[in-house]
Design a protein around this ligand. Structure first.
Ligand SMILES: [Zn+2]
Length: 77
């Protein structure tokens, strides 16, 4: 008897705690990424480059220019 009650009780508690778990907010603050060039956090204006191998890098707008000049000299001009 007691065991059954205990079991039901813990089950109810579990259900309650699970019901409490909500996603914080749909509108999450955009995660701050680090610039792949200067490693400073990128707020606001950012350029995300997706490479053919599915790697995504985030740059400041200005840093992307530098990156391109160094890494893609053929494309920079
Ligand atoms: Zn940067």
């Amino acid at each position: 008897m007691t065991g059954v009650r205990k079991c039901a009780h813990s089950g109810a508690r579990k259900g309650r705690s699970m019901a409490k778990v909500k996603r914080p907010r749909r509108r999450q603050v955009h995660p701050v990424r680090s610039c792949a060039w200067c490693t400073h956090p990128v707020y606001g204006d950012a350029v995300t480059v997706t490479f053919p191998d599915k790697v995504q890098l985030t740059f400041h707008v200005a840093c992307l220019d530098q990156y391109r000049a160094v890494m893609w000299p053929w494309a920079a001009r």
